[in-house]
Each structure stands twice: as C-alpha cells, then as structure tokens.
Design a protein around this ligand. Structure first.
Ligand code: NAD
Length: 370
C-alpha cells in the first residue's frame, strides 16, 4: 500500500492507472498528476521501456508547464508500452485500445508525444473524443508544421536578450537539434535579424560564422539529408557545437545535452531550452554562477502545449499564436526578474511561480489544504 504512494507530495499525483488488455497486447500507464486548474493535458508516449516513475516525472513537468503558462489545465502523461515503429495496423489497434481503456478518465486529455503523432490523436479522438494535436481536417492546429514551440522560443530569446546586454538583431545563434523545434526557432529568430551560425542534428553539425541560410538548411532537412551534408559552411563533429562562440545557444534535441563535464566549454551569454531537461541541475548552477542566463525548458518551450490547449478550446491559429507570444513573453520576463531579485536560479523561480499557481487553484477546491 505504501509503495503505491511513493510519489505522493503536496501537489499530487491524483491517480496512477495501469491498464492491461491481453487480447490486443495492451500495457499502459496513465498518471494524472494534478487537476486543480482543469482537466490534465499531457502527451501519450509510445516506447518499449518507460517506468511508472518516469511517467510520473513527465506528468509533474506538465502540471508545472501548464500552470506556468496560465492554462486552465492540469498535468498528466500516459505511456503505451511498445515499439513506435511497429506495423501501422498493430499500432492503430493498440492506440485505440489505450484510448478505450482510459475512456472513463474524463480529467485526462491525450496529446502527441514521442512515438505518437496527429494520426494517433485522430484515432483517440474517434474513440473517446478527448485529444489535442489533431489533424487540420478535424479542427487541429498543426503545431509542429507551424513551429508553435520554435515561435515561443524566439519570443523568450527576444525578452531575455536585453537582460544579457545584447540586441536580438545581429545576435549569433547556435541550435543543437535542427528538428521541428530547432528549425522553427532558427527561422523565427532569423526573421528578427539574428544570425544562425551553427546547427546540428543526430548525424553531424555545420558552422559558418558569417551566418547560415535557414531556408536552405530546411530544404536540406526536407530532402532527408543531415545538416553536415548541406554544402555551405564548415562541417563539425556534433559535439563541437558546444564550443561555438555565440550570443544564444539553443538545445533542441535530447535531455542532458549540457552537463557538468561540458558546460564550461560554452561561449555564450544566453541558453534558451527548446528540449525538455537539456541541462543537468549542476550545469544550471554553473551557468547561474558564471552570469550566463538560462531560460528553463517549461517556460521557453511551452508554445506547443499552449497551441494544443487553444486548439482544444476551439481557437483559431492566429489566436493560438497570439496566446503563445503573450504568455511566453510575460513568463520569461517574470522568471528572469524574480531570479535576479531573489538571487535564485531561473528554474527555481519558474518552479515557484508554477507551484504557487497550482496551490492557488487547489485552494479554491472544497477540501483545500492551502
Ligand atoms: P524532432 O525529432 O523533430 O527533432 C529533434 C532533432 O534533434 C532532430 O533533428 C535530430 O536529428 C536531432 N538530434 C537527436 N539527437 C541529437 C544529438 N545527440 N545531437 C544533435 N542533434 C540531435 O523533435 P522535436 O519535436 O523538435 O523535439 C525536440 C525536443 O524538444 C525534444 O526534447 C522534445 O521533447 C522537446 N519538445 C518538443 C516540443 C514540440 O512542440 N515538438 C515541445 C516541447 C518540447
């Protein structure tokens, strides 16, 4: 019994459900962490090996991200055990079965995550009606195609730049991971006059101190080629991206990209997190102590979930992008101001901001402890 509550703290989790449907080979877990602000929104991840603990940590991250963004939604996450590259027919059966197994959990809204996409969300929607990140034909706003998260990152950079003593126009940008998030961040930043000087993907990196053509790089990626084969600029080993001198360094690939063992190599003034947990706690402390501003992930990369929540409430694409701009600018400003005023890490300021919003929302419920 005690073991079942090993993750419990003052915020949640509200429920942890394991679902098993031997007939289709379904095994899955849902964590609804906190629903004080509204029904939880969080992705459905498909992977062969995600533990309940990881599912809980991802759900908690969504509670904080949604609260920080001021959305009328709590946080949750679901995990479907399986290889996301399995034959499409089998994947469809499993995703539909997962949706049906959770049909009665009305305070959880499915969204796309690693291993799932808008087609999976269309299947979930067809089964139980509660999903975001849908195809356009059924009211979706295609957030990866439009670059909702990259758009938000560009605004976070715009707010943070003057605090770091430089202007966005002419600022040199490095992007690790030129995928949906990274590429759009580079595109929106270059529209504001910044210069992409280096970028990488899982197969290599490229550097040109005079600036790279973002649209030409996008075409290289669309053709299925690595940035390393782009032609212009100088090719680098992916790891050498950490050493490139710039004003803004954007991790947009994997967790733990910046760690205690490589953080001192960074030659930048600002780190704006596109990926989730791209910096270890030790590396974040180092950045803070050395005057490098770090805008934490759940503040800077909330564009995707803001877009998804707006979609759920029937908003237009234009209204969704206005909401991203307004919320990310305001939150970046507040987090950096509080971090400076209190002398704490930006992540601490961000967690405190989000948790205080969750506690306030919890305070309005009947059996409040706050
Ligand atoms: P993506 O798969 O479209 O892009 C990831 C990119 O990173 C690819 O270009 C890949 O080649 C590259 N990459 C992988 N490993 C790398 C490595 N070791 N070094 C350099 N590059 C590497 O994924 P995405 O949707 O852009 O998401 C990127 C990150 O942002 C993930 O951590 C994701 O969880 C997070 N995120 C995404 C969104 C969103 O809206 N898509 C929102 C919030 C957070």
């Amino acid at each position: 019994m005690e073991d079942a509550f090993r993750f419990a703290d003052e915020l949640g989790p509200a429920k942890i459900l394991h679902v098993h449907e031997p007939g289709v080979g379904l095994r899955g877990t849902l964590v609804v962490d906190n629903t004080a602000a509204g029904p939880a929104i969080g992705g459905l991840r498909m992977a062969p090996d995600v533990s309940t603990e990881e599912c809980f940590r991802l759900a908690r991250a969504m509670t904080l991200k949604n609260a920080a963004a001021g959305l009328p939604h709590g946080g949750g996450k679901s995990v479907l055990v399986g290889d996301p590259h399995m034959p499409a027919e089998r994947k469809e059966r499993l995703v539909r079965a997962m949706a049906c197994a959770l049909a009665d959990v009305k305070d959880y809204i499915f969204g796309p995550d690693m291993g799932t996409d808008e087609t999976c969300m269309a299947w979930v929607r067809a089964e139980i009606g509660r999903a975001v990140g849908l195809p356009r034909e059924i009211g979706g706003i295609p957030l990866d195609e439009l670059g909702a998260t990259g758009f938000g990152l560009a605004h976070a950079c715009d707010v943070a730049a003057p605090r770091c003593g430089f202007a966005l126009a002419g600022a040199r940008v490095v992007v690790q991971g030129l995928g949906s998030v990274g590429l759009h961040a580079a595109r929106f930043l270059s529209q504001r006059g910044a210069l992409l000087v280096a970028a990488s993907d899982s197969r290599g990196a490229i550097h040109d101190p005079r600036g790279l053509d973002v649209e030409a790089l996008a075409a290289t990626k669309r053709a299925g080629k690595s940035v390393a084969l782009h032609g212009a600029g100088r090719s680098l080993p992916a790891d050498a991206l950490v050493d490139v001198e710039c004003e803004i360094w954007i991790p947009a690939a994997r967790p733990d990209a910046i760690r205690e063992d490589n953080v001192a190599r960074l030659r930048t003034k600002l780190v704006v997190a596109g990926a989730n947990i791209p910096t270890t706690p030790g590396a974040e402390r180092w950045l803070h102590e050395h005057g490098i501003v770090n805008v934490p992930d759940f503040i800077a990369n909330a564009g995707g979930v803001i877009c998804a929540a707006m979609e759920y409430h029937g908003a237009s694409q234009r209204a969704a992008f206005e909401a991203i701009e307004e919320k990310i600018r305001a939150n970046t400003e507040e987090v950096l101001r509080e971090s400076e005023r209190r002398g704490v890490l930006p992540r601490q300021a961000a967690v405190d901001l989000a948790a205080s919003r969750v506690r306030r929302a919890m305070g309005w419920r009947r059996w409040s402890i706050f």
